[in-house]
Design a protein around this ligand. Structure first.
Ligand SMILES: Cc1cc2nc3c(=O)[nH]c(=O)nc-3n(C[C@H](O)[C@H](O)[C@H](O)COP(=O)(O)OP(=O)(O)OC[C@H]3O[C@@H](n4cnc5c(N)ncnc54)[C@H](O)[C@@H]3O)c2cc1C
Ligand code: FES
Length: 324
């Protein structure tokens, strides 16, 4: 298989949380490879059931997942997500959006993505259905600062809501800017009532251009929302009073700085062209819609074929051969 460089998405700096996770994972793997220390696989899957299903906004369903015997679930912190195994075998991530102190259930909220397969399956779950879950895992670590600005776009409120509640409880000087298409499409508006919250639906205020305007001097910004919103925040940060930006992406950023190459699917004998601005995963999905993927950002490993994470890796040269 052709050697591949990592991640040509043009991120301006590596994601520190992911780099730390990768370093810890690497250290663990090298320890586990030492003679006499054969790793013992541990199944950390939680077999849960849907305990509650509520429509919390247009196209958004909130599910509470609980152990069938009511046993307390593993602890989590704001920013954590679950890796949910769906009845079809697909895996998708969903941010934990409830109260970390409530160990009796995990709350997630899922927006129905048009044409989306996993979100449709999540919406089809009924009370009593079984769900196999891995995690909680934290790819969006929350560190309390004296001044904080939270920015949420639509369903991006899910990881932000527990952060806001923690900040309020800890006496942080915080603000939240919450955007969305319409009020009706924005979940949890009822529980986020505070003079510190600015609700900015596009149909009333237009597409927001000043998301960092309310940042206090030295504020840390925590944001989750659609890619254009996160790109705008990154661009606006240097001219703002905020000092640091931490983001979570629910969908991958666009590919920038990539080179086109040929992709050979060795087992099926198919050759495909991967253009500069598309991922191997997107191109493979056109001929193999059954190919497995989940985060599409290079951190969950679901899409791995041989040494290649097909959601982020590209060919080092002109050709990449996959055992597919
Ligand atoms: C860490 C993490 C946490 C997440 N937390 C949440 C959460 O709390 N709530 C939630 O609803 N989702 C969340 N997501 C997104 C979720 O995991 C799925 O990606 C989402 O439900 C879409 O999956 P799907 O299978 O329905 O779409 P797919 O079948 O994978 O995609 C169908 C089509 O929709 C496009 N598409 C996929 N996602 C989006 C999107 N977000 N916006 C626009 N187009 C899209 C795809 O490019 C494709 O063309 C999270 C993702 C990550 C990585
Ligand atoms: S889909 Fe998660 S690493 Fe590729």
């Amino acid at each position: 298989m052709t050697a591949v460089p990592r991640d040509l998405r043009g991120r301006d700096r590596p994601d520190r949380a992911m780099a730390t996770l990768a370093a810890v994972g690497g250290a663990y793997r090298s320890l586990a490879r030492r003679p006499g220390r054969a790793p013992t696989p541990v199944d950390r899957t939680l077999h849960l059931r849907v305990a509650e299903r509520v429509v919390v906004a247009d196209g958004v369903v909130a599910l509470r997942l609980a152990a069938p015997d009511g046993r307390p679930l593993p602890v989590w912190q704001p920013g954590c997500h679950l890796d949910v195994g769906l009845p079809s075998g697909r895996r998708r991530q969903y941010a934990l959006t409830g109260d970390p102190a409530d160990r009796r259930g995990y709350r997630v909220a899922v927006r129905a993505v048009p044409g989306g397969s996993g979100s449709a399956e999540m919406h089809a779950l009924a009370v009593g259905d079984a769900v196999a879950v891995r995690g909680p895992r934290n790819a969006f670590p929350f560190v309390v600062r004296p001044r904080m600005l939270f920015v949420a776009g639509g369903i991006g409120i899910t990881p932000i809501a527990p952060m806001v509640r923690a900040a309020a409880r800890l006496g942080v000087d915080w603000r939240l800017v919450y955007t969305g298409r319409t009020r009706a499409s924005m979940p949890f508006l009822d529980v986020l009532r505070s003079p510190r919250v600015a609700v900015r639906p596009d149909d009333e205020f237009g597409t927001p251009t000043d998301l960092l305007a309310t940042a206090l001097a030295g504020a840390a910004v925590y944001a989750c929302g659609p890619p254009p919103m996160l790109d705008a925040l990154r661009a606006d940060l240097p001219a703002s009073r905020a000092t640091a930006l931490h983001v979570e992406r629910f969908s991958p950023p666009p590919v920038v700085g990539g080179r086109p190459f040929r992709l050979v699917l060795a087992r099926s004998g198919v050759t495909l062209d991967v253009p500069a601005d598309r991922t191997v995963l997107d191109v493979v999905r056109e001929v193999r819609p059954d190919v497995s993927y989940s985060c599409r950002q290079g951190f969950c490993g679901t899409c791995r074929i041989g040494d290649t994470l097909i959601c982020t890796d590209r060919a080092a040269g002109d050709r990449l051969v996959l055992d597919l």
